[in-house]
Each structure stands twice: as structure tokens, then as C-alpha cells.
Design a binder for this molecule. Structure first.
Ligand SMILES: NC(=O)c1ccc[n+]([C@@H]2O[C@H](COP(=O)([O-])OP(=O)(O)OC[C@H]3O[C@@H](n4cnc5c(N)ncnc54)[C@H](O)[C@@H]3O)[C@@H](O)[C@H]2O)c1
Ligand SMILES: CC(C)[C@H](C(=O)O)[C@@H](O)C(=O)O
Ligand SMILES: [Mg+2]
Length: 373
């Protein structure tokens, strides 16, 4: 039975303002085909909110996001707000949202379909069939540890950030990774820097304990520097990768190149909360940023954000058929060589809007042939 869903829409800055409206168009097509009611409420966030309100995220907007069934987010930041001494920064909005909504697990799937092989700069035999998920811890680590500050002393500038984890913060995200692995190939790679960092030695210890709760799972531990190499050397050997906040940030931009463009990678951020009506609130965003170098040109790849909307349907609303219909349409578009400038090989690059039009057309076509709706 179809329900009504409230979606907070936060385009943010740069290409966020171009790709988010396209994902909303895709969601409207899904609502039209399957008879759902999606209510969208748009809010300013990041640099746009600093300009309008003097803060990257107003308390009242954070509150609205907490009430929403899901949040669709674009990107924050850009040169206009890049001032190392500024008290407020656009990127804080994203951190406040993740922390405020207690979304400790950030799922970043990296799936290379045959339709992407042309776009990847890597050898097709290396990346064909890559299907991994990075589970990035999202509300702890060096992004949130205290103290985090700068000061001056004896004529020198100093700054400190703190990498802190409690065992519970590690345990819950490693459990999420193991739960995901149980429905996949049952392999978890835990990435740390246990040869140097105390926090990583705790991470490895707790991850090993969690693995004992899952006797069917094979867990391996790899140091993060070596992992940057292995992910390029043998990407097919990975199933679920779990790691702390900053390592996950860096590894996933690297992993994006397995697909050929950062404009293809979606993400879902989830916590423990499930509403009484079964909806599991989450935050959905592409892994890329505001791309100031191409912003305003209408050429950004909307695919990562559109696929993030598909993850919203799957994880927050449990609408599997609807999610797959978006994913299939994206796959078909790519396999037919439809591509924005970042991934085009031969032929004409489509604009952000044209790429979305192709995807929406395929969603409608697919719905006629498979569901008859
Ligand atoms: N989630 C976020 O809000 C987020 C994520 C990363 C970076 N940022 C911010 O974005 C700003 C720019 O950061 P950056 O340049 O390091 O990273 P970026 O991801 O914005 O861009 C890196 C490169 O990838 C390209 N790219 C990114 N998304 C693309 C898309 N959808 N289609 C085509 N090409 C795409 C860009 O043109 C650029 O060449 C910074 O202010 C940074 O803090 C925000
Ligand atoms: C903008 C920034 C705060 C963010 C992060 O580091 O988490 C981004 O790089 C990401 O990957 O979502
Ligand atoms: Mg990042």
C-alpha cells in the first residue's frame, strides 16, 4: 500500500543546486508511476545558508530534518566561503546534520556495471564485476573529537584535532557492516592504522570481538595505507569494507575511480532509529562535493544524487521495486552511451538535465513493461 513520505531537500552549494532538483524530478516520476505521495520541503544549507542567515544550518531547519522521513542533500562549500580563520564554514552543516540525526553508518556502495567499463580509466578486466560497499563511521573520529582548535603561542600558530573513539561507537558500526555482509558475500575488511594509532588498536580489538558474533563472516584487517593500494590492485577481492570516519572519506573518493567518475557514487547514512510506521530515517547524498570548477554550467553528472534517491527508497522507505527501477534505468542509460562530460567517451556529452530526462524516460518505459502500471 502506498504511503505519504516527507522528504527534506537540501541542495546546498555549487552543483548541489543543479543535481538535487534532478533527483527530485526522478522521485516525482516514481511517485507518479507507483502512486506514492512524496512531500518535499526545501531548505537552505551550507554557504547558501551562511549568506542568508549567517549560519550554515539553522536550528529550526535541523529540527525539520529530524522530523522528516528522509533528507536528500546535495553538497556544501566553495571558494566564496574558504577562509581558514572563518568561525562558520559551509561544511559544518553536513557534520551537524549527521551528528544531530545520529547517523553513524555511512554506506557507500561501489558497483561497476558493464555499462561503466568504458568510463573507468582502469583496465576493464580489473574493474569488471566490482561490487563492494564501504561502511564509513560517520559521527566520531577526528571529525568530532575534542579539543579541536587553533591558537598562538610564542609567536607560533598551533592547531590540534583529536581522534577519539569509544568501543560502543566502533561496535555499532562494525555490526552494521557485518549485518550487511551477511546478505552479501560474508566478507568484511576492517581498515585501520593499528601499527601507529591507539584508536586504531581499539578499533581492531573491538572489530575482532564483533566478528566472533558472526561465525559465518570472514574478517580481515588491513592497514589504511596498504588499503589504498589494494583497492586499486584487486578491487574484486572486497565485499564490505568498514573503517573510521576520515579513512572512509578518503578511500571512497579513491574507490570512485573504479567506476570512472565521482559523479556516479551515491551514499546512504543511517542510524539506529526506526519510526513506528516502519520508516527508517536517513540522509542521502552523493559522495562528491560542490565542484566549483564546473558549477553553474549545467554539465554536472546527476547520477550519484539520483542513485542516492534510489537508496532512500530502499533503506528509509523499504520500496525495493522502486529503488531497482531507478538503478536499472541508470544502468541502461550508461550502457547506451548516454553520458555527461565526466564520463563521455564517444559522442555528445549530455547536460545534467538531459541525462536525467533519459533516466526518467527509461523508468517510465520499464514500468510499462514490468509492472503494467
Ligand atoms: N558532501 C559535501 O558537501 C562535500 C563533499 C566533498 C567536498 N565538498 C566541498 O566541495 C568543495 C569542492 O571540493 P573538491 O573540489 O575537493 O571535491 P568535489 O567532489 O567537489 O570535486 C572534485 C572533482 O570532481 C568533479 N566532480 C565532482 N562531482 C561531479 C559530478 N557530479 N559530475 C561531474 N564532475 C564532478 C569536480 O568537477 C572536480 O573536478 C569544497 O568546498 C569541499 O569542502 C563538499
Ligand atoms: C564536506 C565534508 C565534510 C565531507 C566529509 O568529509 O565527510 C565530504 O568530503 C564527504 O565525503 O561527504
Ligand atoms: Mg569526501
Amino acid at each position: 500500500m502506498s504511503k505519504a513520505y516527507n522528504i527534506a531537500v537540501l541542495p546546498g552549494d555549487g552543483i548541489g543546486q543543479e543535481v538535487v532538483p534532478e533527483a527530485v524530478r526522478v522521485l516525482k516520476a516514481i511517485a507518479d508511476i507507483y502512486g506514492h505521495s512524496f512531500q518535499f520541503e526545501e531548505m537552505l544549507v551550507g554557504g547558501a545558508a551562511i549568506d542568508a542567515y549567517g549560519t550554515p544550518l539553522r536550528d529550526e531547519d535541523l529540527e525539520k530534518c529530524k522530523q522528516a522521513d528522509a533528507v536528500l542533500f546535495g553538497a556544501n562549500g566553495g571558494p566564496k566561503w574558504d577562509n581558514p580563520k572563518a568561525e562558520v564554514r559551509p561544511e559544518q552543516a553536513l557534520l551537524w546534520l549527521r551528528k544531530g540525526l545520529e547517523l553513524f553508518a555511512n554506506l557507500r556502495p561501489v558497483k561497476v556495471t558493464d555499462s561503466m567499463l568504458d568510463a573507468s580509466p582502469l583496465k576493464p578486466e580489473l574493474v569488471k564485476g566490482v561490487d563492494l560497499v564501504v561502511v564509513r563511521e560517520l559521527t566520531g573520529g577526528i571529525y568530532f573529537g575534542q579539543p579541536s582548535k587553533r591558537w598562538e603561542e610564542n609567536g607560533q600558530r598551533h592547531a590540534v584535532d583529536t581522534l577519539y573513539y569509544s568501543e560502543e561507537e566502533i561496535r555499532r558500526v562494525v555490526r552494521t557492516a557485518c549485518d550487511i555482509a551477511m546478505s552479501r558475500r560474508k566478507k568484511v575488511t576492517s581498515v585501520d592504522k593499528a601499527n601507529v594509532l591507539s584508536s586504531s588498536r581499539l578499533w581492531r580489538e573491538v572489530a575482532t570481538e564483533v566478528a566472533q558474533e558472526y561465525p559465518e563472516i570472514e574478517m580481515e584487517h588491513i592497514l589504511v595505507d596498504a588499503m589504498t593500494m589494494h583497492i586499486m590492485r584487486a578491487p574484486k577481492s572486497f565485499d564490505v569494507i568498514v573503517t573510521e570516519n576520515m579513512f572512509g572519506d578518503i578511500l571512497t573518493d579513491e574507490a570512485a575511480m573504479l567506476t570512472g567518475s565521482i559523479g556516479l557514487l551515491p551514499s546512504a547514512s543511517l542510524g539506529a532509529r526506526v519510526k513506528e510506521n516502519g520508516i527508517r530515517p536517513g540522509l542521502y547524498e552523493p559522495i562528491h562535493g560542490s565542484a566549483p570548477d564546473i558549477a553553474g554550467k549545467g554539465i554536472a553528472n546527476p547520477t550519484a544524487t539520483i542513485l542516492s534517491a534510489a537508496l532512500m527508497l530502499r533503506y528509509s522507505f523499504g520500496l525495493e521495486n522502486e529503488a531497482s527501477s531507478i538503478e536499472q534505468a541508470v544502468s541502461k542509460a550508461l550502457s547506451e552511451g548516454k553520458a555527461t562530460a565526466d564520463i563521455v567517451r564517444d559522442g555528445k556529452a549530455l547536460s545534467t538535465r538531459e541525462m536525467t530526462d533519459v533516466i526518467i524516460n527509461y523508468i517510465y518505459e520499464n514500468s510499462k513493461s514490468t509492472t503494467g502500471v
